[in-house]
Design a protein around this ligand. Structure first.
Ligand code: THU
Length: 135
């Protein structure tokens, strides 16, 4: 699975984003180490804090299905259900990713399939708090 293919899956998922309040649509595609891909979208709510980001939706779907070993996530975002913005995972999503992913986990974001930037979780969430702190 290439980063372009993963981004294409995120952009396809973006079409199902439910964001009537912000109008900002996000799709995510999470690649498991066995090659399985889980997608997620942001799901907003009239009670605003009840909504959930696309990245967490994808992680929670994968975990619910028995997957905990992930290698990469692609994020496609934009207004009007079309990718066009380069979106980074929010702080809460970075923390959720860090529960399951190593610092070399890849994060792909970009305005289009031909303009993808690549980061690691370690770059986006340095000095993170994790389960090791609780041992
Ligand atoms: N959102 C995501 O789904 N992922 C991000 O990484 C940033 C923000 C969503 C949450 C909300 O539905 C909308 O984008 C505006 O914040």
């Amino acid at each position: 699975m290439t980063k372009k293919q993963l981004f294409a899956a995120a952009a396809e998922a973006l079409k199902n984003s439910y964001a009537p309040y912000s109008g900002y649509n996000v799709g995510a595609a999470l690649l498991c180490s066995d090659g399985t891909v889980y997608t997620g979208v942001n799901v907003e709510n009239a009670s605003f804090p009840a909504g959930c980001c696309a990245e967490r939706t994808a992680v929670f779907s994968a975990v619910a299905d028995g997957h905990r070993d992930f290698t990469a996530i692609a994020i496609a975002a934009g207004k009007g259900g079309v990718a066009g913005d380069s979106a980074f995972p929010c702080g809460i999503c970075r923390q959720v990713l860090s529960e399951f992913c190593d610092s070399d986990f890849k994060i792909y974001t970009g305005k289009s399939i031909d303009e993808i930037s690549e980061f690691t979780l370690g770059e986006l969430l340095p000095y993170s708090f994790g389960s090791a702190n609780l041992r």
